[in-house]
Design a protein around this ligand. Sequence first.
Ligand SMILES: [Zn+2]
Length: 183
Amino acid sequence: MMNHNHRASGFAMWVTIDTVTQLSGVGMTRPAAILGAWVCGAAAAWPDVDHPDSGPAHTLDRVIPGLPALINRVCGHRGATHWATTAVAIGAILGWLSWVTAPAMWFLALAVGLGWLTHVLGDCPTYGGAPLFGPFSRRIIHITPYGYRFPTGGEFELTRVTPALQTWAVVATVASITATITR
Ligand SMILES: [Zn+2]
């Protein structure tokens, strides 16, 4: 999927979880909801750091020149950065870091891991799919049957997927705000 759709899905995912947890009486603090949604959306763009033309690759290249090219050479596009295992590992490492440094920020680790995972799942309905279960399996996973897949950046994604994800983000935000007000 395209960068802006990954961001929208990561944002919407966090806000949806916020709404559900609020409705179930648990709920997170409002700063955690807002900051988490932003971080989850931003993190959802990062698995494509393995593609030299992606936004994250350009950003990382400015910080550590040559690193995105190295990642691309080692992993290829939609390689190790597109494993669900990588999402869980990154979330776990950041979770541990926050536990030893700033326990109150644990939700940011969860937001990064969840955003990363949302990206990987978001690539699954495209023709390219994603190797979800790497390194344990090389199989490319598609979560939809053949006729229900779309090419990344194609007309279907632009005219159908983009509005659908944006609608999801808006509906989730409205639901979250409503749940906050009525709590
Ligand atoms: Zn991707």
